[in-house]
Design a protein around this ligand. Structure first.
Ligand SMILES: Nc1ncnc2c1ncn2[C@@H]1O[C@H](COP(=O)(O)OP(=O)(O)O)[C@@H](O)[C@H]1O
Ligand SMILES: [Mg+2]
Length: 241
C-alpha cells in the first residue's frame, strides 16, 4: 500500500457560530499531487491554515509522515517538511528575489552561504535565476506567484501546499505554471493544491477533493469528481451555463 505523507482526521475549525471546516478527512500519499477545490468561502484556505500550523483546529488532527503535528507552531510544521504558499502573495518587496528565497533556505541552516546556495538551486529549478537580483516589488504577478513557490521550495518541503497559485494568470502563464508544478512533483515532492482553474487542476492531480460549506461533498479522480451531480450543482453549475 502507498505510504501516506499527510492525513487529516475530522479536522474542524469553528469561528464563533461558523463552522468553516467540518470534520475534514483527506490524505495525500507519497509523491502524489492532490487537488482541493470548492466555491469561495468553502474552507479551503482555513484547512491549509490548520495543516500548516497557522490555526489551531477546534477539533481533529493533522498527521504528517505518521506523526501527529496538530499542536505544532507554523515554524515547527515548516521545519518538519510542509511548505506552503499564500493566496495573497507577500514577498519582502525591498529584498531581491534571491534574498526572498534565502529566507526559506535559513529554515535548515544558519549559514548565509548555504542559504544562498539552496536559493540559487531553487531559482534555477523555477526558472528565475536570470532575475535573481531584481527587487521583489518590481516583479510581475506571474513572477510574484512563482517567487511564492520558490520561497516555499527553499524550505526543503516533503509536501508543498499551493493556495491558488494560478489565480490571475493568463492561459499561457497557467500552462507554464502547470509545467512547473508537475516538474516539482516529479522531483518527489508531494503536492496538495487549492485551485479554481479546473482544467489545470485536472492536468496535475491524480485525485481531487471537493469542499462546500466546510464539508467534503466528493472525492476521487478528476473524471469521477467532475461527473458527480453534487459537484456540478455546488461548484460547476455556473461554468456549465
Ligand atoms: N480568521 C477568520 N476568522 C473568522 N472567519 C474566518 C477566518 N478565516 C476564514 N473565515 C471564514 O471561514 C470561511 C472559509 O474561508 P476560507 O477558508 O478562506 O475559504 P476558501 O479558501 O475556500 O475561499 C469563510 O466564511 C470565511 O469568512
Ligand atoms: Mg482561499
Amino acid at each position: 500500500m502507498e505510504h501516506k505523507v499527510l492525513e487529516t482526521r475530522a479536522l474542524t475549525m469553528r469561528f464563533g457560530g461558523l463552522t468553516a471546516v467540518d470534520h475534514l478527512d483527506l490524505y495525500v500519499t507519497e509523491g502524489e499531487a492532490v487537488g482541493l477545490i470548492g466555491p469561495n468561502g468553502a474552507g479551503k484556505t482555513t484547512a491549509f491554515n490548520m495543516i500548516s500550523g497557522a490555526y489551531k483546529p477546534t477539533e481533529g488532527s493533522v498527521i504528517f509522515q505518521g506523526e501527529d503535528i496538530t499542536r505544532l507552531s507554523a515554524p515547527e510544521v515548516c521545519k518538519k517538511g510542509i511548505g506552503r504558499t499564500f493566496q495573497v502573495v507577500r514577498p519582502f518587496g525591498a529584498l531581491t528575489v534571491l534574498e526572498n528565497v534565502m529566507v526559506g533556505g535559513f529554515v535548515h541552516t544558519g549559514k548565509t552561504a548555504e542559504a544562498r546556495s539552496i536559493a540559487e538551486g531553487v531559482l534555477r529549478l523555477v526558472g528565475m535565476d536570470h532575475i535573481a537580483n531584481r527587487k521583489a516589488k518590481d516583479l510581475t504577478l506571474p513572477q510574484r506567484k512563482r517567487l511564492e513557490i520558490a520561497k516555499a521550495l527553499a524550505t526543503g518541503p516533503k509536501l508543498l501546499l499551493l493556495d491558488e497559485v494560478l489565480a490571475g494568470l493568463n492561459p499561457t502563464e497557467i500552462e507554464e505554471a502547470v509545467g512547473l508544478i508537475r516538474k516539482i512533483n516529479a522531483t518527489g515532492i508531494s503536492v496538495l493544491m487549492i485551485e479554481h482553474v479546473l482544467q489545470a487542476t485536472m492536468a496535475i492531480c491524480s485525485r481531487i477533493y471537493v469542499l462546500d460549506y466546510g464539508k467534503l461533498i466528493a472525492a476521487g479522480t478528476p473524471q469521477e469528481v467532475t461527473s458527480n451531480p453534487d459537484v456540478i450543482k455546488a461548484y460547476l453549475g455556473d461554468d456549465y451555463e
